[in-house]
Write a protein that binds this ligand. Structure first.
Ligand code: FAD
Length: 371
């Protein structure tokens, strides 16, 4: 059956691709596949109105893909280049200063807006939530059934539906997310609320005794994005027994030195995002027949690596390159995608595990240069 798909695709214009999920991975994959001549549509669950998210560090590999998409000017307008990494007053270690190269801070909503600019209105369907894929008796996906009952037909289904991907569960039912003892709280302090300027630094407080890190950097508009990494073995995870999220977060304030303390106290803590991080082993493949996973759907990565968004952008580029090898069967093309990506993704998984281990046993280790 896959052979017939590859024959059909020797002329790319006949190849229908449905991308399920219009986040970073989905939107960037649209760009590269469209450029390669595919007929592509994106189906996104949200309408992007409440899709603020917080933000992240963009590293060299991700920024390079943005440049290859010709979006460097738009990206420059919404991001801030970070040139210094500063750690503050760890009780067991000296502070550390280092130069950073090719690192940018950006709000998620801004990056998604920039990426969305490459998708014309007629090629994206919003409020379109995948319910399930329907397979034929040979295991080939024929239809994506959406929650509102509509059906989407395509030759290839690319699922980019994020860390809790239902398609990953369908294709690899034995795989599972593993919870960790690192929970994160992410907040944004609007610049008008307090006059703290940390310039082009990525500043991080690492308290290896109390199992608490806090990092922060300024965004293009001067707002300050911060995140806290909490060792839940020491502090417990947030739940309602702590009262409100604000009360839980305030409990950490006495541990923090300036300027972290002031940043925390000036933030509207009820607007913070509380995130239970998960790890995931490398899947044995990123595809089955004509369904392929990319981004967080394929490989949830620990936040310590700062690679979620960057790896998703790289996936988009590599998958599109492989899918454009039209002289090959679809099975070979998708196999080539996995063969190439699994090398780097394995390293990120390993790196994440090491950094999690260091975080969990921080007082035995040096300060990890983690983002
Ligand atoms: C709202 C939001 C806020 C985030 N905030 C941060 C942050 O502050 N810091 C950080 O480091 N990372 C954040 N992330 C994660 C980060 O964006 C991803 O790790 C990274 O961009 C990888 O991209 P992705 O496209 O694989 O997954 P995601 O960016 O998660 O994109 C998945 C997309 O699929 C859509 N989707 C999910 N299920 C379905 C479905 N059934 N049908 C159709 N569409 C579906 C989602 O709405 C989303 O747009 C956030 C993700 C989201 C969705």
């Amino acid at each position: 059956m896959l052979d017939s798909i590859s024959k059909k695709t020797s002329n790319t214009g006949t190849q229908q691709v449905a991308i399920l999920g219009g986040g970073v991975a989905g939107l960037s994959t649209y760009f590269f596949l469209k450029k390669a001549g595919f007929t592509v549509h994106v189906y996104e669950r949200s309408d992007y109105q409440n899709n603020d998210g917080m933000g992240f560090l963009m590293l060299e590999n991700g920024v390079q893909v943005i440049q290859e998409m010709g979006l460097e000017h738009q990206f420059a307008q919404v991001s801030r280049k970070l040139n210094r990494y500063e750690t503050f007053s760890d009780p067991l270690h000296d502070s550390l200063d280092a130069n950073l190269d090719g690192v940018y801070g950006v709000k998620r909503s801004d990056l998604v807006r920039v990426l969305r600019s490459v998708v014309p209105q007629e090629d994206i369907v919003l409020n379109a939530e995948l319910d399930q894929l329907i397979f034929d008796e040979k295991g080939i996906a024929k239809t994506a059934l959406m929650k509102d009952g509509t059906e989407v037909q395509a030759d290839i289904f690319i699922t980019a539906d994020g860390v809790f991907s239902s398609t990953r569960q369908t294709l690899f039912p034995e795989s599972s997310l593993q919870s960790t003892n690192n929970h994160e709280i992410v907040g944004v302090l609007p610049k008008h609320r307090i006059n703290i300027d940390i310039g082009d630094a990525f500043a991080k407080y690492v308290n290896s005794i109390q199992g608490l890190n806090m990092g922060m950097f300024q965004l293009a508009d001067g707002d300050l994005l911060w995140f806290m990494q909490v060792n839940t073995d020491i502090h417990g995870a947030y739940d309602t027994t702590y009262g409100t999220l604000e009360e839980y977060i305030k409990g950490f304030s006495t541990i923090l030195p300036e300027p972290f303390y002031s940043v925390l106290m000036a933030t509207d803590l009820e607007t913070c995002y509380y995130w239970k991080t998960n790890r995931h082993d490398l899947l044995p493949s990123f595809h089955k027949e004509n369904v392929v996973l990319i981004g967080d759907a394929a490989h949830p990565l620990l936040t310590f690596t700062s690679q979620g968004v960057n790896a998703a952008l790289t996936d988009a580029k590599i998958l599109s390159e492989k899918l454009a090898m039209f002289d090959q069967s679809l099975e070979n093309r998708l196999g080539a995608f996995y063969a190439e990506r699994k090398v780097e993704i394995s390293q990120f998984i390993q790196q994440g595990d090491q950094l999690l281990e260091q975080f969990s046993n921080a007082k035995l280790q040096g300060i990890p240069l983690v983002c």
